[in-house]
Each structure stands twice: as C-alpha cells, then as structure tokens.
Design a protein around this ligand. Structure first.
Ligand SMILES: C[S@@+](CC[C@H](N)C(=O)[O-])C[C@H]1O[C@@H](n2cnc3c(N)ncnc32)[C@H](O)[C@@H]1O
Length: 297
C-alpha cells in the first residue's frame, strides 16, 4: 500500500479554517511542522504554541481523489505555497517503528553511553543508561544535555550528593547515579518530567533513595539535610538568572555548579550573575550552546 502526502503552508491564524478542510477531504493524519527554523522557548505549561509560519503535512490513503482539494487550496489566499502544492507518494512502512531508526546509542567521554532499549549496548562494560525518547526533554541528542553529560563523564562522582534542577527525562540524574553519586535530588516544574524521571530511574534499576524526584515546591518544603556537592541545571537563561540565589544556597563551599541551556551570547550576563557566589570558569561551547561551570566560594 502507498500513501499520498500533501504539505500545505499557512499562517497559524488560518489553522482552524484549513485543517477541517483537509480532514473533510479524507486526511487520516495531520502533522504540524515549522516552515522556517523558529525555536519556541519557555512555553507556558499546558499551552500549544505554534510557529509563525506553519506547514500542515496531511496523509491520505492512496485511493482518495485529491484534485478537488488541490483546486480549492490553489484558489485560497490563506495558502502560502499555492504554486508549489503537489501530492507526493509515500511508500508504506512500519510507522510505529520507523521513528526508532533515528535513535542510536551515544557515547559521552570514555565510560558513559546512552542506549535506546531496543539496542544492545555497544560496550557492555561501560556505564550504560537505558533511555528511550519520551515526552520529557533529555534524550542526550541535544547539545545542552551533551555538554552536561560530558562534564559528568569526566568527573569523579563517587559518594557525591547532587541536585539536577530541571531534570526533564532524568537523564543527568541517572547518569550521576550510575557514575557513583550517592544521592541525587531531581527537580522539575513540569509534572510530566517528574513522572518521566521516576519511570526512567526504575528502568535503570535506581531506587528512590538514590534518585528522589520533586516539583520545586515539594523540594522546597522537604526537610533537606545540608548542602550538596554538585548542582546541575540545564534550563534556560531567564530561570537560571532568577534561580541564582537559590542555587548559591544549595551548593556547599567548594562544591561545583554546572549550568547549561545557554546560548553563547548569554554567557557574560549569567557569568556576572553567578560570580557573586561562585568562581566561574570560561564557557565550553557545542554548536550554538554553552556550558558554564563554577566553584562555590
Ligand atoms: C532543557 S530541559 C533539560 C532536561 C535534562 N536535564 C537535560 O539535560 O536534558 C529543561 C527542563 O527544565 C525544566 N524547567 C524549566 N524551568 C524550570 C524551573 N524554573 N524550575 C524547575 N524546572 C524548570 C523544564 O520543564 C525542562 O524539563
């Protein structure tokens, strides 16, 4: 069996008008794609922001007659790519498995691997985190996560107490635990991330007394005993700026700070902010992103 695919570029204001027409014409799925390359940062929880220029990728069974729909779209001012509208033929495949092809085991430093559950770890003697992509951020493929994993892979974590602030999938907390950290507090303001962290910890055989996950208010209310040796936060510049005093109070003198989620041009501002409490080092860059590290005075 084959499928017919039609990509229709619109402004998001026209979504409620165009999408029902595609469904009425027989579309069995419609995927929203970014027509340009516009990152959407810091979304509100439970909101579904759209890009300024949107492509609707509609899939139809092969026998559906698409000429009337194409004629209607080509005559409609709401369609941006009217002249380029064309139906593509897509061969059938095992759709429920095809997304797996783009995920492969990834190595960080000498001893740390992130492996999808459907692959054998390439180096069984290494520290292998079994992690499948899910709803929460943190599969290892993003530069900001990679910068933190590299730091963890190159650091002696045995017996250290760690905070992972903005834990997402729990990838950094799990890496720290498997590399020998004694306890890890994993915090995220997205309840989905807290659930994902618990789930991924269980998959990696980590009990709650090693990695405890919290919403920020639960973490603040918990009776914490003492400061930690290492605080990792891969969030974004704005929350990192706001959270600086809190992070300073969480890290013991001599303890390490690792910040990521920052673009290169944000390094100076965040370095200045954290220099009030930490001796900051020069940024480490990967693609457009940087990692900042510091030692608590
Ligand atoms: C870029 S992801 C990082 C996930 C993972 N730690 C990694 O390195 O891949 C940032 C995470 O921080 C969380 N986050 C953002 N702002 C936060 C805040 N103010 N407090 C707690 N978590 C926050 C987001 O929900 C998201 O899961």
């Amino acid at each position: 069996m084959q499928w017919q695919q039609l990509k229709v570029q619109i402004h998001p204001d026209h979504l409620d008008f165009i999408e029902p027409q595609l469904l009425a014409a027989g579309a069995v799925s419609i995927t929203y794609l970014d027509a340009e390359d516009q990152p959407i940062f810091q979304i509100e929880l439970s909101s579904t922001p759209l890009w300024d220029s949107l492509v609707l990728c509609a899939l139809f069974e092969e026998e559906v007659e698409l000429d009337p729909l194409l004629k209607w779209l080509r005559g409609n001012d709401a369609i941006v790519n009217r002249d380029a509208l064309a139906v593509e033929t897509i061969a059938d495949q095992a759709w429920e498995r095809s997304w797996m092809d783009s995920f492969e085991a990834m190595q960080f430093g000498d001893k740390l691997w992130i492996c999808p559950s459907w692959q054998e770890p390439p180096d069984p003697s290494a520290t292998n985190i079994m992690l499948d992509p899910g709803l929460a951020f943190g599969s290892g493929s993003h530069a900001t996560t990679a910068l933190c994993l590299q730091w963890l892979g190159a650091t002696d974590l045995v017996g250290r107490r760690v905070v992972d602030y903005g834990c997402g999938s729990g990838i950094l907390a799990i890496a720290a635990a498997l590399l020998g950290a004694e306890t890890i507090d994993a915090i995220d303001n997205d309840p989905q991330a807290v659930l994902a962290t618990d789930d991924n910890c269980a998959r990696n055989g980590l009990a709650i007394d090693r990695v405890a996950s919290y919403l920020p208010e639960q973490f603040d209310a918990d009776d914490r005993s003492g400061q930690v040796d290492i605080l990792l936060a891969n969030i974004l510049a704005e929350p990192l700026h706001t959270l600086a005093p809190k992070f300073a109070s969480l890290v013991r003198p001599g303890g390490d700070l690792v910040l990521s989620g920052l673009l290169a041009d944000q390094a100076a501002d965040i370095t200045a902010r954290y220099s009030e409490w930490f001796d900051m080092s020069a940024p480490e860059q990967r693609e457009d992103w940087i990692r900042l590290t510091g030692v608590r005075r």
